[in-house]
Ligand binder design. Structure first.
Ligand code: PMV
Length: 330
């Protein structure tokens, strides 16, 4: 337990994928948006390390342990961590990366209270912490979006429409992996994302294996992966121009391609059908098979109600929210 004196509070946003999930595994661009929904962590001095009352353990909290060791050292004065927030867990909205980003920012501040947050270092460490917690496999999409905020584009190549920010590499069980990470600015408008959660849990690794199997068995289906890449680039272009009608059309096209590759589910299709009449575009977001869908809409209330009537739980967010930030420091 903490002693009641909160030392530092930091928060970080969740994310949703607007374009390019699954195709990004094959090198195509993917676009992620930081959500309004955030995870907040408060750190207070305590007698021993804990997370919401349970002892900090390398098995349960490998990413937190790694960030602590890196920023503060193993023998740092113990802290009690308290988590709060509105990002649902295990539904593809990046709650784990948001936790790494917020914990990292809070610990960076404890280590160097007089220095501004080094976002580049934090996104790299948070990515390594996530990869470490996921058997060496994690793209930097969730951590970069949570740290940077706004709209982030990941690709195997430099994308001309977006601003190149940095290169990330990782040694995975399958070999060396390399990603080009970009930032993208989109003009503001009265448009909203409505996320509909099916409540069905489908592990990302299973979904990725499913799509990989389809493409390996039928090499000509690589064309559909390339088509997702082309649609994502069209969506990117439309985003930079603030043409949200075109963004919506690209999202719906992206969904049809994902559905063709077997990444959707009856529950997702039900929510997507319900959202279509009031939306500019609708698709599954993340790995699919369950998890969430996302609608781009100018009438978030009507879209939300339609999704809820079809049995989904909804969240509403504007596009392009702030990345990780310190909320309170002594
Ligand atoms: O639902 P999430 O955030 O786990 O998204 C997975 C995105 C995939 O492209 C399917 C996998 C990946 O590692 O990029």
């Amino acid at each position: 337990m903490g002693d009641g004196v909160t030392a530092v509070v930091a928060s970080a946003p969740g994310k949703c994928i607007l374009f390019g999930e699954h195709a990004v595994v094959f090198g195509q661009p993917a676009v992620a948006v930081a959500l309004e929904q955030r995870l907040t962590v408060a750190l207070s001095p305590a007698k021993s390390w804990s997370v919401d009352g349970s002892a900090l353990s390398p098995e349960k909290h490998p990413h937190i342990v790694m960030l602590r060791d890196r920023y503060l050292g193993e023998n740092a004065a113990p802290m009690a961590l308290h988590l709060q927030g509105d990002i649902p867990r295990a539904s593809g909205l990046g709650s784990s990366a948001a936790l790494s980003a917020a914990v990292g920012a809070a610990m960076a501040h404890l280590a160097h209270p007089d220095q501004a947050l080094d976002r580049d270092q934090l996104s790299e460490l948070a990515h390594r912490a996530e990869a470490n917690a996921q058997m060496g496999r994690a793209s930097p999409m969730d951590t970069s979006t949570s740290v940077e905020g706004g709209i982030v584009v990941l690709s195997d190549v430099h994308e001309t429409v977006a601003h190149h920010a940095y290169t990330r590499t990782l040694t995975t069980p399958e070999g060396e992996r390399r990603w080009e990470v970009h930032r993208l600015k989109a003009p503001e408008d009265e448009v909203y994302l409505v996320l509909g959660n099916t409540g069905v849990h489908a592990p990302t690794s299973h979904q990725v294996a499913l799509v990989a199997e389809t493409v390996n068995k039928h090499p000509e289906r690589m064309n559909e992966i390339l088509a997702i890449g082309a649609v994502a680039r069209r969506g990117l272009e439309a985003l930079t121009q603030g043409d949200y009608e075109a963004v919506g059309r690209a999202m719906s096209e992206n969904h049809l391609l994902l559905r063709g590759l077997g990444a959707s589910s009856p529950e997702l299709e039900g929510l997507i059908q319900a959202a279509l009449p009031t939306s500019l575009g609708v698709k599954l977001t993340g790995a699919g098979g369950g998890g969430c869908m996302v609608a781009l809409t100018r009438t978030p209330k009507a879209t939300s109600e339609a999704i809820e009537l079809a049995g989904g739980r909804t969240l509403v967010s504007r596009l392009g929210n702030e990345g990780v930030r310190l909320e309170r420091a002594p």
